[in-house]
Design a protein around this ligand. Structure first.
Ligand code: MLT
Length: 334
């Protein structure tokens, strides 16, 4: 997988080297891309609590939020090389290293939290976990469910594809998301997550998309005024452990880590169900203007699915992988 890492990743960050812990450490380091109060932090805190409980306090972990240990894609590299223990990153920042995971970033693939739970916790998810160990050198041990990525911008209400045309939109360095915006007629600006707030603030870009809870935890309401309730991507954010670090643990320690990951995943679904509406209201009270896409989003859906899905059949491992995933959530095959 090193070739793929070299292609997509940048050099190992000095911060991660300094923070790296040996496999026997009792205080693991967990990189967290988002700020405090988000779904990533909630997953991380639940994991630490369960890990401590499962090991009788022998093992704990410290969260480093706000991309302190590097951009999300860099932390995947660092964990792959055994220089970082754990990281919590959006799925779209794993796809470049493990292309089959792209089945979960196809636009309008997951239409609800229930779809996301069924896919990540069923056989599809299990296969993606194995592929990611093989392709990216990291093991997914838990999933944060973060909600649909809504579109924010600093200029105007957006309800149609036409409204998007004069906006500069930041996207992650993710081929499927870039292709989605291109299908909507926009040439988006790929940019690391850790640089996004500054780019919005200095108006290098006009907008971006991420879930409500992420917008809140990143304080994007300070630099963005409009929200469009797009539902093209239900955001899931894996907790990954370096496979090298994991293999250095005893069988009992591995079990404690895996069980803590499952407990944290359960907590994450509850957290989203309890928090999302409330956080949306807080953002509205702070002045963000919220719009729904026109015509039930049909134009966005039609352009994105017909143009984008076929471009990635091969990348995700063949059309049958997509059809297996669709069947798992009760949808018709393509
Ligand atoms: C991104 O847009 O790069 C990520 O989805 C951000 C995140 O992890 O919240």
């Amino acid at each position: 997988f090193i070739g793929r890492l070299a292609r997509f990743g940048s050099a190992v960050s000095v911060a991660a080297l300094l923070a790296a812990a040996p496999a026997s450490a009792t205080n693991f380091k967990i990189a967290v891309g988002d700020g405090a109060g988000g779904t990533q932090e909630a997953l991380g805190k639940a994991f630490v609590e369960a890990l401590e409980a499962n090991t009788g306090g022998a093992h704990t972990a410290t969260l480093f939020p706000n991309s302190q240990l590097g951009s999300e894609q860099d932390t995947v590299n660092d964990a792959a090389m055994g220089l970082l223990d754990f990281s919590i990153v959006a799925i779209n920042n794993i796809t470049p290293f493990s292309p089959s995971v792209g089945v979960l970033t196809l636009p309008y693939m997951m239409l609800s939290l229930e779809d996301a739970e069924a896919l990540t916790q069923g056989e599809v998810g299990q296969e993606l976990v194995e592929n990611t160990i093989r392709d990216a050198g990291v093991r997914i041990i838990g999933w944060a469910y973060s909600g649909f990525r809504v579109l924010t911008n600093s200029k105007k209400p957006v309800t149609t594809v036409a409204d998007l045309q004069d906006l500069v939109i930041r996207v992650p360095k993710n081929e499927i998301m870039i292709a989605t915006y291109k299908a909507w007629g926009v040439n988006p600006t790929p940019m690391a997550w850790s640089e996004t707030f500054a780019a919005l603030q200095t108006k290098v870009v006009d907008g971006q998309d991420n879930p409500y809870i992420t917008v809140y935890s990143m304080k994007f309401d300070e630099v963005q005024s409009h929200v469009t309730n797009l539902r093209y991507l239900f955001s899931i954010e894996p907790l990954i452990v370096s496979e090298a670090v994991f293999q250095g643990l005893s069988e009992d320690e591995q079990k404690a880590v895996l069980d803590a990951g499952r407990a944290a995943t359960d907590f994450s679904a509850r957290f989203l169900r309890e928090q999302e509406e409330q956080i949306k209201s807080v953002l509205a009270e702070r002045g963000m203007q919220i719009s729904d896409p026109a015509d039930g989003e049909q134009e966005f859906i039609d352009l994105a699915t017909t143009a984008v899905w076929p471009q990635f059949y091969e990348t995700i491992g063949g059309i049958e992988k997509l059809n297996t995933a669709l069947a798992a959530i009760g949808r018709d095959p393509v």
